[in-house]
Design a protein around this ligand. Structure first.
Ligand SMILES: Nc1nc2c(ncn2[C@@H]2O[C@H](COP(=O)(O)OP(=O)(O)OP(=O)(O)O)[C@@H](O)[C@H]2O)c(=O)[nH]1
Length: 425
């Protein structure tokens, strides 16, 4: 369900901008020009439907932040956007449990707000561990993180930190302090780095301001960033968000580098990187197949390149359906490669045969056309320790499948006649 954002703002211009940002973030704006209108709208809504509220500090019927209190009483994560930039207003806003305080200073204000909205939705799926902090600091940090929708964990010793990371793949950040029961902070950071690269897990060290050497020690032990105590609410959250955003950028780039844009399947390079070591360690009980669409050039020539793309996309979808436990890659053009882990030869053949039959017997609806598509498959069940060699062997078997008439599997296993017969489609 599309989440809603309550906006309480009396300036028509600011309202228009904020509503556009909300819609751009894929959310639904519920605009109110006064506190009274907001109360009315909210009382007629389902509270759980709201992601957050964006509130002007000063409104005609709520001059001193009463709209903020209303939203907080409704347990709405509240972002305050205001033209008032004086110290008193800022302290007054930040003394409440708001998500953030954003002064309307320039166009960047709205850019920041836009990123914050995206973050609030995404942060729900991101875990942050607060480790080795004194009670008061831990409580303060956890409260700030929860307001930003992060999933939070608190630990007091290094062993629990490592255990938590092993059990929760959603954790992308550890905020370490110096108050560990079993290990010092630099030792924990160095140990975490053995298993988690900087691009996978951000470690932020929070250190006391009384020792200028601490920050450098933590960074040299592997921390991504540090914060000196005492820090302010905004600085803490800006550092957290920037480090999380950096990890997400690297994840997105890695994804782009490893996948095929059209089908979303892995590409050839990733297939070799991931499977090369795996296959060389234990080539037994694995199967690998190269799958190639038949007469695909004719599809392009007859129906156009876009229709060809549609066929590739739909074929990939069917592959994902049939082989959700396998590693599937698009090797290029109309050729796919699939690695089936822990699959005995006959089962591998049967599963590929089911796929081949379904593809060949189900006309593919592409635009106004209904196309018959078939595949030829080369299957290897006795894998060599060298992945490249196995793929060449699968290619040779695929070539045989093509030259024997296409729409069939040729494998390195001896099968009963009934199974190896060409399916009539
Ligand atoms: N639409 C589309 N076509 C592609 C893409 N990549 C390669 N092709 C086309 O795929 C076709 C492959 O043709 P061929 O290698 O002759 O293979 P084929 O027609 O399937 O013939 P056989 O494999 O012998 O059955 C060529 O026309 C390429 O231009 C792509 O990403 N999208």
């Amino acid at each position: 369900m599309q989440k809603k954002v309550l906006v309480i703002e009396d300036s028509r211009m600011a309202m228009n901008i904020v509503v556009k940002l909300i819609e751009k973030a894929g959310l639904e704006a519920v605009p109110a020009q006064s506190l009274t209108e907001a109360k009315h709208l909210f009382s007629h809504s389902i509270p759980e439907a709201f992601l957050c509220a964006i509130v002007d500090y000063s409104l005609p019927d709520a001059a001193n932040g009463q709209a903020i209190d209303f939203c907080l009483d409704c347990v709405l994560p509240t972002i305050v956007v205001t033209g008032r930039m004086d110290y008193q207003t800022r302290s007054d806003v930040l003394s409440r449990e708001v998500v953030d305080y954003i002064p309307k200073e320039n166009a960047q204000t709205y850019d920041y707000l836009s990123r914050l909205l995206v973050r609030l939705e995404r942060n729900k799926h991101i875990g942050v561990v607060v480790a080795g902090q004194d009670r008061a600091s831990a409580r303060h940090m956890l409260s700030l993180l929860k307001r930003h929708n992060f999933t939070t964990y608190e630990v007091t010793n290094a062993a629990d930190t490592q255990q938590l990371l092993r059990e929760n793949r959603n954790i992308k950040m550890v905020i370490t302090g110096a108050e560990f029961d079993d290990q010092n902070s630099t030792a924990l950071i160095a140990n975490l780095r053995v298993d988690y690269a900087k691009e996978r897990l951000a470690i932020i060290s929070v250190c006391d301001n009384d020792n200028e050497m601490n920050s450098a020690r933590y960074i040299k032990s592997g921390a991504n960033d540090f914060l000196l105590k005492p820090f302010c609410h905004e600085e803490f959250l800006c550092r957290i968000s920037q480090n999380i955003e950096l990890i997400e950028h690297v994840e997105a780039l890695t994804m782009m580098a490893n996948t095929d844009f059209l089908t979303g399947l892995f590409n050839r390079r990733y297939f070799f990187d991931k499977l090369g070591p795996l296959v060389s360690n234990s080539p037994q009980a694995q199967a690998l197949a190269v799958i190639d669409l038949d007469f695909f050039k004719q599809v392009n020539d007859t129906y156009g390149h876009d229709a060809g793309d549609g066929v590739l996309w739909k074929t990939s979808g069917l592959l994902k359906q049939h082989f959700s436990d396998a590693v599937i890659a698009r090797f290029g053009g109309e050729e796919f490669c699939i690695f089936l882990p822990q699959t005995p030869p006959k089962l591998a053949f049967k599963r590929l045969e089911n796929f081949r039959r379904e593809l060949a017997s189900t006309p593919m609806e592409i635009g106004a056309h209904s196309l018959s598509i078939s595949t030829s498959i080369g299957l290897v069940t006795q894998l060599s320790a060298d992945l490249g060699e196995t793929i060449s062997q699968a290619d040779k078997l695929l070539y045989q499948a093509k030259s024997q008439g296409r729409n069939r599997i040729v494998s390195d296993i001896v099968l009963p006649a009934a199974l190896s017969r060409v399916a009539s489609c």
